[in-house]
Design a protein around this ligand. Sequence first.
Ligand code: DAT
Ligand code: MG
Length: 138
Amino acid sequence: MSTERTLVLVKPDGVKRQLTGSILARVEAKGYRLAELKQVTATREILEAHYAEHAGKPFYEPLVDFMLSGPVVAAIFEGERVIEGFRSLAGTTDPTTAAPGTIRGDFGRDWGEKVQQNLVHGSDSVDSAEREIGIWFS
Ligand code: DAT
Ligand code: MG
């Protein structure tokens, strides 16, 4: 088993609702190490790189607009299997049905927008983690 790094974003809904501390505390409490942390206002360029895999999907433009709607908090967490572990803490993409006890399940729901305002992003593989860390922390 090797130590991994993952990119975690607290999305604009989480920052606006002042849930940043509560969200990061859950990740730290699981024992992952906070390696880098900053609040940033994303640009369209950053988001086009970050969400390249979703370009052309119906939710893509609303997703980019949502991510531009306010500051985000970007973090790098480290630990054994942190990529999988963070996604487990985050819960499934749709916050209405995300399990209780997860970040999305406890803090999120469907707000009737065109995109899931689901509080957090977490990388989904070692390759995407390294790619995304390069985008947000270059
Ligand atoms: P995840 O963030 O769980 O990795 P994803 O990578 O499939 O999910 O999608 C990126 C984001 O796009 C997701 O957090 C919210 C939005 N999204 C995905 N699928 C959607 C859908 N069917 N309707 C609205 N928004 C969606
Ligand atoms: Mg994803």
